[in-house]
Design a protein around this ligand. Structure first.
Ligand SMILES: C[S@@+](CC[C@H](N)C(=O)[O-])C[C@H]1O[C@@H](n2cnc3c(N)ncnc32)[C@H](O)[C@@H]1O
Length: 240
């Protein structure tokens, strides 16, 4: 279904992953996140490369299940346990429908839970696509430390985020490039500005430097950027 949530003059309030968002989420993601499907493919490809036989694969903030569906193709081990976690019931219900529709229910465990309450263990791959940015900043380090502790040696953490630059002018320019992308995708000025207001204090991006510092402080010594487009970046962090 097409995302028209911010089209009317009505006040929407703060952004929530509710039933209304769930109904249009796939359209919203593909028209709001530049190179969304390419990033999904890169994540699936890297996950296939770093997967450790017998280990678990976590997708934290799995939303409607797009990443997990790709992972089921790139990770060939039919016994690999896939665990998708999301705190929004309406959103994860879409994932359940999609995973069932593709006959993948026997391979995937979908859990409706706050990531902050989750216990991770024996992980070969942990993915967080565009979700850490929604975690309160003061809780991010503890979460990343938990992810690091739950990963097996040689396992990988794949993180995608909206990011800022150190220089505020460059940051503003990159944010404007993102709005250009949304205009090209058919969003109106009203929709763009209303969504921006709704996301204020809900989606809190870090700078590239802060992301690297966080990863390093959590324990990851081996961190790289595998994708960057203006104010979007994807990181690969491997546990040595
Ligand atoms: C932008 S979406 C993620 C998109 C998805 N990873 C993808 O690549 O298609 C962010 C998701 O994180 C979930 N989320 C936000 N905070 C969460 C939390 N504390 N625990 C679990 N899920 C959370 C939201 O419900 C939402 O589905």
């Amino acid at each position: 279904m097409k995302d028209t949530l911010f089209k009317s003059d009505k006040i929407n309030g703060k952004f929530k992953f509710d039933e209304k968002v769930a109904g249009v989420f796939d359209d919203m993601l593909s028209r709001s996140v530049p190179f969304y499907s390419e990033v999904q493919q890169m994540v699936a490809d890297l996950a296939g490369k770093y997967y450790i036989e017998g280990s678990k694969v976590y997708d934290l903030g799995c939303s409607t299940g797009n990443t997990i569906i790709n992972l089921c193709k790139s990770i060939k081990d039919k016994n690999a346990p896939f665990i998708g976690v999301d705190s929004s019931e309406p959103v994860i219900n879409r994932a359940i429908e999609k995973i069932e529709g593709r006959g993948l229910s026997n391979r995937v465990d979908l859990v409706c839970s706050d990531i902050l309450d989750l216990d991770l263990s024996d992980a070969g791959i942990v993915i967080m696509n565009f979700t850490l940015q929604f975690i309160p900043p003061h809780r991010r380090l503890a979460l990343l430390k938990k992810i690091y502790a739950g990963l097996s040696k040689g396992g990988a953490f794949l993180l995608s985020e909206k990011v800022l630059e150190n220089n505020p002018e460059t940051s503003d320019l990159f944010i404007e490039k993102h709005y250009d992308f949304k205009r090209e995708m058919g969003y109106s000025e009203l929709e763009i500005s209303k969504k921006r207001e709704a996301l204020e204090e809900v989606l809190i991006p870090f700078t590239m430097e802060e992301e690297f510092d966080l990863l390093k402080e959590a324990g990851f010594k081996n961190c790289s950027v595998f994708f960057k487009w203006f104010n979007f970046a994807s990181f690969l962090a491997v546990k040595d």
